[in-house]
Ligand binder design. Structure first.
Ligand code: 5GP
Length: 211
């Protein structure tokens, strides 16, 4: 039986810098990870490319994807739909490839219910004021949208405790290294090594009996 890849879900408040960390992770360890590209009804930001950052789609098409069961999970976030295409993720995991999902908390916790072996990592700021500053400096949202995102962060804070790990993004390189280490160690956790343990046990028994 082929080893399954690890499904890692990375969430964090809007503006925390999780996108930068995920990009760094993929850049630094291209053989270890692949990224799931989400579908969204949000309009592309300057520089965003369809099929690279997201699959940008209409609300009608997104709702059809929901009805046809094409999404592993989806959520409505600040007036737009975001969802994870199912086939791509399941194919990669069954090929033994680790898949990263960068999704918000509602979707992450839904995924954990459906797929309990998913590894949930939350990227947090050192302090709340860092978030506001980052959102303002990003200059991609209006003042009203920034307020909506901060309001959403305050509501989401209560769910941080449902994650497996919280990583503070004090410095991108350090936080990226920490996340890579967490995922690497996860591979060796006993529940994920069932096949290896069974094979080795059998081998040892055969060895002893053959003496
Ligand atoms: P943004 O508009 O800043 O690109 O994304 C807004 C939020 O939606 C972020 O927290 C991002 O992680 C989340 N998100 C992106 N793709 C998905 C997805 O497929 N499912 C869910 N549930 N959230 C997503």
């Amino acid at each position: 039986m082929k080893k399954q890849g690890i499904l890692t879900i990375i969430s964090g408040f809007s503006g925390v810098g999780k996108g930068t960390i995920v990009a760094r992770l993929l850049d630094k360890y291209p053989d270890d990870y692949c990224l799931s590209i989400s579908a969204t009804t949000r309009a592309p930001r300057t520089g965003e490319v369809d099929g690279v950052n997201y699959f940008f789609t209409s609300r009608e098409k997104f709702e059809a994807m929901i009805l046809e069961g094409q999404l592993l999970e989806y959520a409505c976030y600040v007036d737009n739909y975001y969802g994870t295409p199912k086939q791509f993720v399941l194919d990669k995991l069954s090929q033994g490839i680790n898949v990263i999902l960068e999704i918000e908390m509602q979707g992450a916790l839904k995924m954990k219910e459906q797929y309990p072996e998913a590894l949930l990592i939350f990227v947090a700021p050192e302090k709340a004021s860092d978030l506001e500053e980052r959102l303002r400096n990003r200059a991609t949202e209006t003042q009203e949208q920034i307020y909506s995102r901060l309001k959403r962060a305050a509501e989401e804070a209560v769910f941080m405790k449902d994650y497996d790990y919280v990583v503070v993004n004090d410095q991108v390189e350090r936080a990226t290294g920490e996340i890579h280490e967490i995922i690497t160690n996860e591979r060796d956790r006993v529940p994920r090594r069932g096949d290896f343990i069974e094979a080795l046990t059998q081998e040892l028994n055969t060895f002893v009996k053959g003496e």
